[in-house]
Unconditional design. Sequence first.
Length: 375
Amino acid sequence: MIAMHRHRARSPWAVLAVVLGTTINAAAEVRVQDVTSLQGRRTNKLMGYGLVVGLDGTGDGGKNEHTMRALMAMHRKFHQPVLSSEELKTTNNVAMVAVEAAVPEYGAREGQTVDVAVSAFSAKSLKGGRLLMTPLQFPGFDENDPATQQILGFAGGWVEITDAGVSTRGMIRDGCTLESDFFYNFILDGAVTLVLDDEHAGYQWSKLVAESINAQVTNLAELHARRQSNERGRDVVAHTEIAEAVGPKNVLVRIPAYELAKPASFIDRVLQSILFQTPAQPARVCINRTTGHISFTETVTITPTILQLPGLGTLGIGGVTGAKTKESGNKNENVKFQELLNTLGKLQLQPEQMIAAVEHLHRTGTLHAQLVYTE
């Protein structure tokens, strides 16, 4: 995918032409792990509600009933009962906050620490505050299900404001200590499943991943069986494929029996396998209306056409008059999208005008590509 950006110093289309002139080497090494992830690999969120104290008059105490009830409960827990919330109505150095922590995608052990995100509900600022010890649980807490009520971590510490412009949220580095082990099971029925990311999903990609793994990950048990068969004058054992494309996003990889006891090395070899080649990029043009950016793949083409530009007249693209050009050859051949940009670049069009021209070509079927809008 090649990106085009607005540039005030010179025409954005000229900048794009320079980028297009640099061809990405399709033969560059791409590993299986660069385009896939193990099924079951994910982060898990922990959540809780806590109190930040030590604020310089920027808390929500005295105004927020939820904060007052939590503060009263804490007083009772430590044998300092408060009879009425009226006793705390002048407390403005405390704030109720939401507390979140993420368990790493490959799991974690008891005692490991992770970062904590803290967000205020109605306080003006959390600057200078300290989070009191707060228990964390899975977000799917159900008071009727004891399995969801386990405390999985405790969070606390000084709140660091990471964005100077937003002081109502912050971070506590290594602020949560995990109270349980988190083990993720990637192996099911003696196999792992590789999930292709959205940008590389498709039957071409899944087939290529499976073939690359089958060619490079040696099945030692099979080789041993082959050697013994040859020595005894028997037929050679047929090749057994360990990887199979089971859909446009999934590749199933069977783990040999002798690897199951310690599968880490085998899985690493699978993930480190090099793809033989990369499938041809689909023709795609991406438009971001907010920034005015356009990006596209090098396989995008257009039918030679005459484009009507408001206020500028008509413009021929791709030698539609029948005259052969160095870039397009003749009027019957599709031309590269770059030729359109080069031609429009000479007119110094604004990004909005360029986007309108591309959308018009797509509606008329002249643009041979998928049109995708991004934020």
